[in-house]
Design a protein. Structure first.
Length: 159
């Protein structure tokens, strides 16, 4: 199976590009990432590292072609920096990365609750089914014993 070539740092071009800056749309090595975060204008940039790096999957604001930076809780949608000022200026906004982590956690809890609820329902239905089947199994066993006795009696009579 073919592997994708390793990406290099877009700043020093010497180190591996292990850290992806979501605001700058660039790959950084560890030391260039630290330098980048020390820059006053870049100190709040967010990075994705390791297996989570997927530059092609980056979503942009359809209106402004800008990266989503915030999450508007009032509208329940990701927002770019221009939309945050234009359309969502008085709305409750949070950092997109933090909101994603929170929403992912809430979603995991919801899924766990639904799975547990469904498993409990299945167990209850199974228990009910087994209770309904018990008399049928008993009847079949009794009927089988009845016919076995008749057959055994006929065999004894022949012998």
């Amino acid at each position: 199976m073919a592997q994708a070539p390793a990406s290099t740092c877009e700043i020093c071009t010497g180190g591996p590009g292990e850290h992806y800056c979501q605001q700058c749309d660039q790959l950084f090595c560890g030391s260039c990432k630290l330098s980048h975060l020390r820059t006053k204008s870049c100190k709040n940039h967010t990075f994705v590292s390791g297996r989570d790096i997927n530059q092609e999957k980056k979503l942009l604001c359809t209106e402004h072609k800008e990266c989503f930076l915030f999450y508007c809780q009032d509208c329940d949608t990701p927002v770019c920096k221009i939309c945050s000022v234009d359309k969502h200026s008085r709305h409750l906004m949070t950092d997109l990365t933090k909101s994603t982590v929170k929403l992912r956690s809430e979603l995991a809890k919801d899924i766990e609750l639904k799975v547990t609820t469904n498993v409990n329902k299945i167990e209850n239905y199974t228990k009910g089914y087994r209770e309904e089947v018990k008399p049928v199994i008993k009847t079949i066993a009794e009927e089988g014993n009845y016919w076995k006795k008749i057959i055994d009696k006929k065999v004894d009579d022949f012998v």
